[in-house]
Design a binder for this molecule. Structure first.
Ligand code: FPP
Length: 250
């Protein structure tokens, strides 16, 4: 980031050092259901409030000069939830996309969905394609939504694509290195996450960005996702800035 860029950051708390901010933040948004239960509300209300929290976080990342945000919206295991909840989530994703597209275009957000998208309802797939096409050139922040996503599946997907290239004679096995592999991941071209935030106290990676998370700093908070606001994010960033990142060196 340039000095010029620093001066443009909006309302970055003075004790956060711009040069030590993560370039890419990943979030596992856990605790929507528990949040709703605590309020005496149905689970779906937790997911609705979860969307608001995600929108606020995206805006905050953009304001503070963080270049990429990736959120785990739906895992390959989430199909095992009651049908009613799965249907609600699919409808919610579609509605949010339709409602927010104009603002994402205005705010220069580049949105990308990753995961096995072909298993999603057709109407949602269409909304996803539209939003990705309309925002593909946007420069301000790369917002990736993992939907029907699994880290192991992503790795297998990359392996198959590489094996296919070898079979066609386009690539030799000894030429396959980390860079080759990364080009075949859904996140090709995006820095690996520097910081993973998981809410609601769960201490697992849950099949999220397995390859990309090799050196991510992990921050876990007891806060439930719908309550994860700018102040909570600020706390996570303060903790991150105190970490000494050695990448295996001394
Ligand atoms: C985890 O809480 C949350 C989810 C499975 C859904 C998260 C989805 C959103 C916040 C919407 C994102 C929308 C778009 C368009 C990107 P949980 O249900 O597992 O909560 P619990 O652990 O308390 O049961």
């Amino acid at each position: 980031m340039t000095a010029q860029h620093h001066t443009e950051l909006q309302n970055l708390p003075p004790d956060l050092k711009p040069e030590l901010l993560p370039r890419h933040v990943a979030v596992i948004m856990d605790g929507n259901g528990r949040w709703a239960k605590r309020q005496g509300l149905p689970r779906f209300m937790g997911h609705k409030r979860g969307v608001d929290a995600l929108k606020d976080l995206l805006r905050c990342c953009k304001d503070w000069g963080i270049q990429a945000l990736t959120a785990y919206a739906f895992s390959t295991e989430n199909w095992g939830r009651p049908q009613e909840e799965v249907d609600f989530l699919m409808t919610l994703f579609q509605r949010v996309l339709r409602q927010e597209l104009r603002e994402m275009v205005q705010e220069n957000v580049q949105i990308k969905f990753v995961g096995n998208l072909s298993a999603l309802p057709q109407s949602l797939q269409e909304e996803i394609s539209r939003s990705m096409e309309r925002t593909s050139e946007n420069p301000s922040i790369r917002f990736t939504v993992a939907t029907n996503y699994g880290g192991r599946q992503e790795i297998l997907h990359a392996c198959r694509a590489i094996a296919d290239q070898v079979k066609q004679g386009l690539l030799q096995p000894h030429e396959i290195d980390e860079a080759t592999f990364e080009r075949h991941l859904y996140t090709a071209g995006i820095y690996d996450p520097d910081l993973l935030i998981r809410t609601s106290g769960e201490m697992r990676i849950s099949n999220f960005l397995l390859w990309q998370m090799a050196y991510a700093e992990i921050y876990i908070t007891e806060t439930l996702w719908p309550d994860f606001d700018r102040t909570e994010f600020y706390r996570a960033l303060c903790a991150y800035q105190l970490r000494e990142r050695r990448f295996g060196k001394i």
